[in-house]
Design a binder for this molecule. Structure first.
Ligand SMILES: C[S@@+](CC[C@H](N)C(=O)[O-])C[C@H]1O[C@@H](n2cnc3c(N)ncnc32)[C@H](O)[C@@H]1O
Length: 271
């Protein structure tokens, strides 16, 4: 198990492995960010060749995150969020979206990639009424994540757990479901699970995952939409259920619905 620790003012810069392509940095590259190295761009470009829709997929996933957080902070009245597998800071980070609706929102970010830790200060820009903190921890240790998060969040109150693009990094369904159960078990009734992950729904995306798993770290495992839906077992799914991100409560657009992407997402409420 990796040690979890919160970011502090005397934090030393973490060791960055710039020789091995890393998931957070490749994702950042596809989203148009600058926090990536030649090895990340090389694998990122290889995957782009096999699966050009990855860029649209990454953007659709971020757009879903923003709509889901707006729903949670708005209609659902959620005021605290636990965002695990945060990724590098980008536009519309969870606390920015939540605090635009409810400035008092409190957000705990969690990731285990040293480069995300190095950039985490950019996430600690809370509104004065709310709070943001960052924990350097591994998803495989949900008890420690909950324990550390409880310093910032009141887990006896409803919490929005965000697992965006991270459960695919846990190959085994039983292990991934156990992690979800333990996280959801640690928050109050009326809490929500929001998740999104890649699906094995086209030959191109399956080829992209194969290339990824040859060189990038950690490996990523596509699931069918049905396998992803099982992560919501025991929760009440918010309409429209588990769907491709552009189909989850889309905002009205004169150009109509954007095409589906090879991912499945949903929001479920703990009864
Ligand atoms: C594909 S990125 C998604 C980033 C962001 N959630 C988004 O949707 O834009 C996956 C993130 O999960 C993190 N991650 C992967 N495995 C992890 C683990 N076992 N524990 C904590 N973070 C992990 C990676 O470092 C990376 O930042």
């Amino acid at each position: 198990m990796t040690d979890s620790r919160s970011i502090t003012d005397d934090e030393q810069p973490p060791e960055l492995n710039t020789g091995v392509p890393q998931t957070a940095r490749i994702w950042n590259y596809w989203l148009g960010g600058k926090d990536n190295f030649p090895v990340d761009r090389q694998v990122g470009d290889q995957i782009l060749d096999a699966f050009p829709a990855i860029v649209e997929n990454a953007r659709a996933s971020r757009a879903f995150l923003a709509r889901a957080v707006r729903y949670l902070a708005g209609e659902a009245g959620i005021r605290q969020f636990l965002d695990i597998g945060t990724g590098l800071p980008t536009a519309n980070n969870t606390h920015e979206v939540a605090q635009a609706v409810a400035p008092e929102s409190r957000v705990v970010y969690v990731d285990n990639d040293p480069i995300v830790l190095a950039h985490a200060r950019a996430l600690l820009t809370s509104s004065p009424q709310g709070a943001t903190t960052y924990i350097d921890a591994d998803l495989r240790d949900p008890e420690r994540i909950l324990q550390e998060a409880a310093r910032t969040l009141d887990l006896s109150q409803p919490t929005g757990i965000m697992l965006m693009g991270i459960l695919g990094h846990i190959a085994d369904d039983d292990e991934a479901r156990s992690i979800v159960r333990r996280l959801v078990g640690g928050v109050s009734s009326g809490s929500y699970l929001t998740m999104n992950d890649g699906t094995d729904t086209s030959e191109e995306v399956v080829e992209a995952a194969r290339i990824w798993n040859q060189s990038a770290n950690p490996t990523y495992h596509l699931r069918s939409p049905d396998r992803i839906a099982r992560f919501f077992d025991g929760l009440d799914l918010v309409e429209p259920g588990v769907v491709s991100p552009p189909r989850w409560r889309p905002e009205p657009s004169p150009s109509g619905l954007p095409p589906e992407v090879d991912s499945a997402c949903g929001v479920g409420r703990k009864p």
